[in-house]
Design a protein. Structure first.
Length: 555
């Protein structure tokens, strides 16, 4: 099943066909949310004009119900999309899908390894068939499924019967071996041989090509473990024989020493004298703990003493070579460290100073030096490091002050944008302001905790912006429904106010015109005429606005 691209008109038609639901999960889809769902084709040979070849599925839908680990090659069927509401999905097509799946299961069940899964798949197919209400019309399909299920059960029971029979024979064969090994004569060699054979039995069992039940295998493992425990108990009792124990311990320890001696020759290559010396000490302790004849014990101790002497000779020779190399390295490193100290104490850049000192430290690492030489070089570098740190700490005080000021300033900006969100619908402008603040947070001097707090506040502001924006557009959508009535009411109110204001202006103009008949000075008459002219202009403007309002009401 793959995603495809369709026209918006086709998508809308599929959306209506599915009643706005996810075809797979039944979740209500929101077409206004971008990428809320995707278009999938449920057939390889789809036709763009046949919309029944496509379904809309929620982006977070669980596809596990469509996939089968036992049957990965099985095609998708329309009945798997119970909320798709296909227009042309009739009984014949449903029956054809069931029949096709039934044929696939029949082919799959030919392999005995798939028998149990085939029974489960057939039962599931039978339930799907019943859920599609096809029994009355296509009863022969139901009968075929039932007959095949009976055949599968019979085959499965025959196989299980054969496995149980083989398991019983297999168990008797190996259990008799276990019992025989448990009862061997209690001498040291026999017990060792029996124990080894018991340890080999699991491998023999694992190599068998006969199908055996898990219970049989578990029972055999349990019996082997019990037999090993019994043999171990007999061996412990047998070790009470002193001569045998001494001989065994001597051979083991001698072999241990012989196997360890090559490490001494390798010490000069890997310079691991301490570890090898500790290994010899551990062998010494092991010798002391073991029961041994006196001559055997003395022989083993002498071998250890000889090994210690050889190790000391190699270590002294290596130490001489080491000191020669260390003195040569020390003379080479002194001017390097001196130069690094000079640069670090004269530069104005703390970064350059620290990098120079770190580079000097790095040049020391890995080179052969005595402890005194290494401490001398590292000590001189460390002393300059402390001075650089003190100077840097003094400047850090100024940095902290700048950081505090920047933090307060940026926090105020964020809070200001949050306040604007409460009354200002210009979300794009506010978002641009928040992005600008985000850039300032990134480039201005700030402590890490200040920067993190500002990012948290900025995140909250962005979340509030999204919330307010969504709320605003939802409100705008609701307002559209009542906008027409509101506009008409406002226009009527406006017309009433304008007409009342016009009437007041006319009355005032009449009063002023009458006042000209009174005995007025020239200045007073000019002032009255000026007022009359102003009122005429106002009346003309109001008439114009009244006419515009009436025109809008007539539309």
């Amino acid at each position: 099943m793959t995603t495809v691209e369709l026209s918006q008109e086709q998508i809308n038609e599929i959306f209506e066909r599915q009643n706005g639901l996810c075809a797979l999960s039944g979740k209500k889809l929101d077409s206004s949310i971008k990428d809320e769902f995707q278009v999938y084709t449920i057939t390889e040979n789809f036709n763009n004009e046949n919309l029944d070849d496509f379904v809309l599925i929620w982006k977070n839908a669980d596809f596990s119900s469509l996939n089968s680990n036992e049957f990965p090659e099985k095609p998708f069927r329309k009945h798997q999309f119970q909320f798709a509401n296909f227009k042309t999905y009739n009984s014949d097509e449903k029956a054809n899908e069931i029949s096709a799946d039934f044929e696939l299961i029949k082919e799959y069940s030919k392999n005995e390894e798939n028998l149990k899964n085939s029974i489960n798949l057939t039962n599931s197919l039978q339930k799907v068939f019943q859920s599609l209400n096809l029994e009355d019309t296509f009863n022969h399909i139901q009968q075929n499924i039932t007959d095949h299920l009976i055949t599968l059960d019979q085959r499965y029971n025959q196989i299980r019967s054969k496995i149980n029979e083989d398991s019983a024979k297999f168990f008797n064969e190996f259990n008799s071996k276990i019992e025989e090994l448990k009862n061997v004569p209690s001498n040291w060699q026999n017990l060792r041989t029996a124990r080894q054979k018991l340890l080999n039995l699991p491998n023999e069992i694992a190599k068998s090509t006969i199908k055996i039940s898990k219970n049989t295998l578990e029972e055999l493992k349990k019996n082997i473990a019990n037999a090993l425990t019994l043999i171990a108990q007999k061996q412990i009792a047998e070790r009470e024989n002193y001569e045998m124990e001494c001989s065994d311990n001597y051979l083991q320890l001698k072999q241990m020493i012989d196997n360890y001696l090559p490490n001494i020759d390798a010490a000069k290559e890997n310079n691991n004298y301490s570890k090898i010396r500790q290994g010899l000490i551990d062998i010494q302790k092991t010798i002391a703990k073991k029961t041994l004849k006196r001559n055997h014990q003395e022989e083993l101790y002498q071998s250890i003493r000889n090994a210690f002497e050889k190790l000391s000779e190699l270590q002294n020779l290596d130490k001489t070579r080491f000191m020669e190399e260390a003195n040569e390295n020390y003379e080479k490193l002194k001017p390097v460290v001196d130069n690094a100290i000079t640069i670090a104490t004269t530069t104005d850049s703390f970064k350059e100073a620290r990098e120079t000192l770190i580079a000097a430290q790095a040049s020391i690492k890995g080179l052969s030096l005595s402890k005194e030489q290494r401490d001398d070089l590292y000590g001189r570098i460390r002393e300059v490091f402390l001075k650089v740190n003190v100077q840097q700490e003094e400047e850090r005080g100024e940095f902290l002050k700048v950081s505090d000021d920047n933090f307060v300033n940026l926090l105020n900006k964020i809070n200001k944008e949050k306040e604007r969100l409460l009354n200002n619908p210009h979300f794009k402008t506010i978002r641009e302001s928040l992005l600008t603040i985000q850039g300032e947070i990134r480039i201005l001097k700030l402590k890490t905790d200040h920067r993190n707090k500002l990012y948290e506040n900025l995140k909250t502001a962005f979340s509030l912006l999204d919330e307010k924006r969504n709320s605003f557009f939802d409100h705008q959508q609701q307002m559209k429904k009542s906008k027409s009535d509101s506009v008409l009411k406002n226009l009527h109110d406006k017309l009433t106010i304008l007409e009342e204001a016009l009437e007041i202006d006319r009355k005032e103009m009449v009063t002023l015109e009458n006042s000209l008949n009174n005995n007025l000075t020239n200045d007073e008459a000019d002032e009255v005429k000026s007022k009359i002219n102003s009122i005429k202009i106002m009346i003309e403007e109001k008439n114009k606005r009244i006419q515009e309002t009436k025109n809008r009401l007539e539309k």
